[in-house]
Write a protein of this length. Structure first.
Length: 216
C-alpha cells in the first residue's frame, strides 16, 4: 500500500491471527498515512484468499515469500529501508525473517515467546517439542527492535514481550502500555507516539553501543 511517494520506509507487515488482508486494509492505510511509510502485507497460507494450510513452517515460508515478492515488485528496495512489523502470531514471522537479514528495523507487537509458554505460562525451560520458538531466535536479530505489549494482554501475557526484549541485541526502549490488552493497543495514544519516535529518531540516530545485549 503506497501511502506516500516520498516515503523513506516500507513496512513489511505480518498481521495477527483471525484476520486477513481485507480486514486489515483500512488500518494499513491509516497507519501508513500517520507514520509516513508505505506498507506491504500478505496473508498466511490458508488465510483470506491464500491457498494451502496454516502451519509453523508455512508461516516462515510465507513471510520469506512476501519479502521476495516485495523485492521483485520494487526492484530498488533495500533491506535497510524496510521495517518488519509483526503483530501477535505475525511476530513469529517477523522474528524468523529478521534473523536471516539485517533490516532497517523490527517492530514486535504483542510478541510471542513460544507456543508452549502461551499454554503453560510458568514454562521457563526450552523444550524440543515447543513451537514458534521466537525466544530462541531473538538474540540473532541484529536490527534495531521495538517491543510493544499491553500490560493486561489476555492472549499473550506481557511476560512474553519482556522475555523477548531482554534477549534482543539492539533493543530500543520498549512500550509496555498500562491497561492495554491484546487487541486494543492501537487505541492508546502512546502507540502512535512511540512508533513515530522509533521511525523518526531511533532508526535515524546511531547506537552508543552497537549490538549491545538487552538488559538481563
Amino acid at each position: 500500500m503506497r501511502t506516500s511517494a516520498e516515503a523513506r520506509w516500507t513496512m513489511l507487515f505480518s498481521h495477527g491471527n483471525a484476520v486477513d488482508l481485507g480486514q486489515m486494509c483500512s488500518f494499513y492505510w491509516a497507519l501508513g498515512k500517520r507514520l509516513g511509510v508505505n506498507i506491504f502485507s500478505y496473508d498466511y497460507s490458508g488465510y483470506g484468499m491464500s491457498s494451502g494450510q496454516p502451519s509453523e513452517q508455512n508461516v516462515y515460508a510465507d513471510v520469506e515469500g512476501a519479502w521476495k515478492g516485495l523485492q521483485k515488485r520494487y526492484v530498488n528496495i533495500r533491506p535497510e529501508n524496510v521495517i518488519l512489523y509483526g503483530q501477535s502470531i505475525g511476530t513469529v514471522a517477523a522474528v524468523d525473517l529478521a534473523t536471516k537479514e539485517r533490516f532497517g528495523g523490527v517492530i514486535l507487537h504483542g510478541t510471542l515467546a513460544s507456543g508452549l509458554r502461551v499454554a503453560f505460562p510458568e514454562t521457563r525451560r526450552n523444550w524440543f517439542f515447543d513451537v514458534f520458538r521466537s525466544i530462541d531466535k531473538a538474540s540473532k536479530i541484529h536490527s534495531k527492535t521495538l517491543v510493544i505489549h499491553g500490560s493486561e494482554d489476555e492472549v499473550i501475557p506481557v511476560t512474553h514481550g519482556i522475555s523477548i526484549y531482554e534477549r534482543l541485541p539492539r533493543a530500543v526502549d520498549p512500550l509496555f502500555i498500562e491497561g492495554a490488552g491484546h487487541n486494543d493497543v492501537e487505541l492508546f495514544a502512546q502507540y502512535y507516539e512511540r512508533l513515530k519516535k522509533f521511525i523518526n529518531e531511533d532508526l535515524i540516530f546511531g547506537d552508543l553501543q552497537p549490538d549491545s545485549p538487552g538488559p538481563g
